[in-house]
Design a protein around this ligand. Sequence first.
Ligand code: C2E
Ligand code: CA
Ligand code: CA
Ligand code: CA
Length: 279
Amino acid sequence: AKKKQSAKAVMYDPVMHESVSRDMIIQQELKKVIERGELQFVYQPQIDATKNWITGVEVLTRWTHPVLGPVSPAEFIPIAETSGMMEKLTRHQLDWCLKKFTEWRKRFSFTGVIAFNISSGLFRNKNFIAYLEQVIRDHHIPFNQIELEITENIQLFSHRESVQTLERLRELGIRVAIDDFGTGYSTLSYLNQFPVDKIKVDKHFTDQIHHDAKGEAILVSIIKLANSLDLDVLAEGVETLSQSEYLQRNGCDYMQGYYYFKPMTLEECEQFYYEKVLK
Ligand code: C2E
Ligand code: CA
Ligand code: CA
Ligand code: CA
């Protein structure tokens, strides 16, 4: 006979209880660190592998809580998004990182891009886009040295606001990259209709190299399509030399991943530039 489940067991799930309160703690604590401007930012270089050259750096957020320890952005960014904290977080990130970037451009004659991850909600926020434009002007940074990474999703191309924003950014010369390409709603067919400059092929595809023939075939056709549309195509999560060689053989020149660089603090980036570039 089937055992009856007790009402108590149904209503109280200790695992769920624990994760709900962790989310709540993260939300409360994050709010405080954002307000105090205490988040850290790291920078991961993007490489042109044929030229052996750094073409840009992507800004990623880091947070270490005194009790919880390091909390991954994969965990706290979605919480920040659903609780309306991304605008404040990203404005602070822009203020801080563009100030640093201004010093960088001068000190190292850096002509590459600085790339920011922009949540899709923010991308549709006209006030935020106006702020972005203003803060770039305030720092006298050429617009073509700024790149925005936006995640491919259905909303991006179906909202009139997003399309207007894409057009405005194109007018200014700010670059737009489609992040995590190939994971969302496949928008291959939209690519030629919207003004974007680059696609970042998700790490998922890089992982398939030498492991899954069908995955490789998809990867290669994405690269071909991007090249034929005159888009830059970058592979994410490149961890080995053989992945890098495979990608180059198949027409993908831009790479990012631990094989080249892990995300680095500003101090580590500067150290690298002093040792390798200025010598
Ligand atoms: P993403 O934008 O796709 O960033 C790439 C993630 O892969 C980063 O994780 C990076 O550290 C990691 N990664 C880079 N190369 C490798 C590699 O070779 N191997 C492996 N295993 N991982 C690699 P991270 O920093 O933990 O960020 C996770 C996600 O959180 C990001 O994915 C992005 O969606 C989001 N995120 C992080 N910082 C921000 C931010 O400031 N704003 C927004 N809106 N999203 C952010
Ligand atoms: Ca990204
Ligand atoms: Ca990505
Ligand atoms: Ca990703």
